[in-house]
Design a protein around this ligand. Structure first.
Ligand code: CP
Length: 309
């Protein structure tokens, strides 16, 4: 793997390799001293043009746990404010010594443009509504851990329901692509206006949560992506929660199901606190697993670039 731009580019063998490595990385996270010399001398640059807590920090500590040096770039205060374009900015970061850049941007396709024009290895940390491949991998790893799955062929019996603002969700898009690759059963639940126009032949659609949705092995709630709406896609947040939120009323039915959410959550908008913080909620486990998965991704890309030198 030279870059990770999209789930489309990850082979079945690479998914298995990343799953295996994530289990090993999780073992490192459990040690008193969470540091190995694997990527010593490598430089990872974190270039986030959109807000982030989980993804940015988990990439940073993942790189540090593998002994890589990190450079955190902030658009505010950079020469972008003096008119420098994106490609020159990334070329500058490469010239300054970055071996890999992790990019988040509000515009779809930016990671591809950077990779094509600079040839630096790129990890897509979320491009607009398009993709968030490491979130999909960490969601998969979280499911694997919960079901004790070691071999990815064993995912084909798993049913997942993804509920919420699918139209604006890069997580839903990457999750769906990855789960389809592994033959999982996928149900998408969304309002008519925040529905999903893709993968009609591989995914089942519903407009409301029903018993079949609630019987899924995993239920993934999505954030209502208010920053991407522009126009109104629902009459009010109260009405959205009423029809598409995971409400306290269904707590009894989902209390033995595994609840996931990529975060950050809008409590009381797409998920009730009783469900978000329930015993079977995996939401904060997803965050921890994300460190292991991102360590695995950095390892797979940078150890390959080392052997190619
Ligand atoms: N899930 C996710 O991408 O969270 P952040 O926006 O906090 O990185």
């Amino acid at each position: 793997m030279k870059s990770l731009l999209s789930v489309d580019h990850i082979s079945i063998t690479e998914i298995q390799d990343i799953l295996d490595s994530s289990y090993s990385m999780l073992e490192i996270l459990g040690r008193d001293i969470k540091k190995v010399p694997t990527l010593r001398g490598k430089v990872v640059s974190l270039m986030f043009f959109e807000p982030s807590t989980r993804t940015r920090i988990s990439f940073e500590i993942s790189a540090k746990f593998l002994s890589a040096d990190t450079v955190v770039f902030s658009p505010s205060g950079s020469s972008i404010e003096k008119g420098e374009n994106l490609i020159d900015t990334f070329s500058t970061i490469k010239s300054l010594g970055a071996d890999l850049v992790v990019v988040r941007h509000s515009k779809e396709g930016v990671p591809w443009v950077i990779q094509k024009n600079t040839k630096v290895p790129v990890v897509n940390a979320g491009d607009g509504k398009n993709e968030h491949p490491t979130q999909a991998l960490l969601d998969l790893f979280t499911m694997a851990k919960q079901k004790n799955i070691r071999n990815i062929t064993d995912f084909k019996d798993i049913q997942v329901s993804i509920i919420g603002d699918v139209l604006h969700s890069r997580v839903a898009r990457s999750d769906t692509k990855l789960f389809i690759k592994l033959g999982m059963k996928i149900i998408i639940v969304s309002s008519y206006t925040t529905g999903y126009p893709f993968f009609h032949d591989r995914v089942r659609f519903k407009n409301f949560v029903d018993q079949e949705v609630l019987s899924s092995d995993f239920i993934i709630a999505l954030r209502l992506q208010k920053e991407r709406h522009g126009n109104c896609f629902y009459p009010s947040e109260r009405e959205y929660f009423e029809f598409w939120g995971l409400k306290e009323e269904i707590f009894e039915e989902v209390k033995d199901k595994f609840i996931m959410h990529p975060g950050p959550m809008n409590i009381g908008v797409e998920i009730d606190q009783s469900i978000a913080y329930s015993e079977n909620s995996l939401i904060f486990k997803q965050v921890r697993n994300g460190v292991a998965v991102r360590m695995a991704v950095l390892y797979h890309i940078l150890s390959r670039s080392r052997s190619a030198e």
